[in-house]
Design a protein around this ligand. Structure first.
Ligand code: GUN
Ligand code: FE
Length: 446
């Protein structure tokens, strides 16, 4: 079809950390190349060729979820407990089911489809410990068209209840490398492999060291969990008695670089923050999960004062929703809770515009793809969402105040619907249904 243009109220994050608002905005994009041609103020109300049907809608760049778990989708909003019993009794049995390739394919399809319906067009996700399930997760992401970083959960240390014989460190690395070889950088760079040592509680030092080596050699991102829960911290300390803190375990194994994403990070000391800052590693704030599993509250302002980039992720199923709107709201609520116990901070509470910036351009920067996605700019991918205010609640949206609009979008999900999602200039109205298939006996180039 070529060039398409849509008129809408455009909310767009800017490199300086602010959000711009164009009340009568027009986005032009190429449905073939999938790139944005222009973003501007409509010249006249009756300008030719524009699709005027959405002029009362809000148009936002697609959201980016920096941390989630594909096999945990069916475990959402169930069995709330603290982290370790929750993992052993609820999550590990669920993830074990990913040994069934067709089941994994089915769940991956539900997972990516649900993320898209919430306006997430790029997601960083763990699959399970199984190679074939990770492979099919990539296959499903490719068919659906979502941009994704996916990794095989690496575990070689028994948490005394994981109902599997776990692969040793060599097999973990070999399987990960095979999947990376097949998928990393495919679909024009939209699919990426991410090394995923689950957490120090399920990894030997050897596995962590080898993961760090592979990350350097292959230029791959790493995701892991750090300092999430007090019992977890003590459990891990008992496994690595020679390391003074859990962050020192990752430092010793050379796992920390500017391509390392550390989920949670609730109880970091000043020394640990300095280590992370020096390595330029990134922290992924998962506030919904931190509340649901009673893990704690991340002091975002204290961490930001350390010059550490902080992203945002849903951590499904620790988090009970794949909605980044819900995640942004809980990031703001968490900053308020932290503020109750803190004094003299200049700007203690996270603004909606900050939470939105982090969920778009901020997360894109952390993934080093802010030249491709994260905001609506000429030459970037036309990944965006159209939000339709509900007629019954339209009075909330009779404002041009950016913070007020965003607060409504985060706190009042019943006042609108995410009507359309575009990825690379194509509307995702009918997400392809995927036929269940058998696993290939060996991985082939995708
Ligand atoms: N730590 C180790 N594994 C997990 C997991 O699956 N979810 C969360 N929230 N924390 C973890
Ligand atoms: Fe997680």
């Amino acid at each position: 079809m070529g060039i398409r243009s849509i008129k809408a109220k455009i909310l767009n994050p800017k490199p300086d950390g602010t959000i711009s608002f164009i009340r009568n905005g027009v986005i032009r994009f190429d449905t073939k190349s999938g790139k944005i041609h222009s973003i501007e103020q409509a010249k006249s109300q009756f300008e030719d060729g524009n699709d005027n049907r959405h002029k009362k809608y809000f148009l936002l760049p697609g959201l980016i979820d920096l941390h989630s778990h594909i096999p945990q989708l069916p475990g959402i909003a169930k069995n709330a407990n603290e982290l370790i019993p929750w993992l052993k009794n609820h999550i590990f049995p669920l993830e074990t089911k990913f040994s069934d390739y067709s089941y994994a394919q089915h769940i991956a399809q539900l997972f990516f489809t649900e993320a898209l319906h919430f306006g997430t067009t790029c997601i960083v996700a763990y699959s399970s410990v199984h190679k074939d399930a990770t492979d099919i997760s990539f296959e499903v992401a490719k068919t659906i068209g979502i941009r994704a970083f996916i990794g095989k959960a690496m575990m070689d240390r028994d948490m005394n209840k994981y109902p599997l014989p776990l692969p040793n460190w060599k097999e973990n690395i070999k399987d990960s490398l095979e999947i990376a070889k097949k998928w990393h950088g495919t679909d024009n760079g939209r699919l990426n492999f991410i090394l995923s040592p689950r957490f120090a509680g399920s990894c030997s030092m050897k596995l962590l060291e080898k993961t760090a080596e592979v990350s350097k050699a292959e230029n791959l991102f790493i995701q892991t969990h750090l300092s999430e829960n007090r019992s977890e911290i003590n459990y891990i300390k008992s496994l690595f008695p020679n390391c003074s803190t859990n962050t020192h375990i990752f430092k010793k194994s050379k796992l920390l670089s500017d391509r390392t994403l550390l989920a949670h990070c609730l109880y970091l000391s000043q020394v640990e923050l300095h280590i992370i800052e020096e390595a330029n590693s990134k922290i992924v704030h998962c506030p919904t999960s931190n509340i649901f599993l009673q893990s704690g509250f991340l002091p975002i302002r204290r961490y930001q004062s350390h010059n550490i980039e902080i992203g945002l992720g849903t951590d499904v199923a620790g988090g009970y929703s794949l909605s980044m709107f819900n995640e942004m709201k809980n990031a703001i609520e968490t900053s308020k809770i932290v503020n109750v116990d803190t004094t003299n901070l200049k700007k203690p509470i996270l603004a909606a515009s900050e939470a939105f910036w982090i969920s778009t351009l901020g997360n894109a920067r952390i993934l080093k793809i802010d030249n491709e996605i994260g905001s609506l700019e000429v030459g970037k991918d036309a990944d965006f969402i159209l939000i339709k205010p509900n007629k019954k609640f339209q009075f909330y949206y009779r404002t041009d105040d950016i913070e007020a609009i965003l607060l409504n979008l985060l706190y009042l999900p019943h006042t609108y619907s995410i009507e359309k999602v575009f990825i690379r200039g194509k509307e995702i109205s009918d997400i392809p249904k995927i036929e269940t298939t058998k696993p290939s006996s060996h991985l082939q180039k995708g």
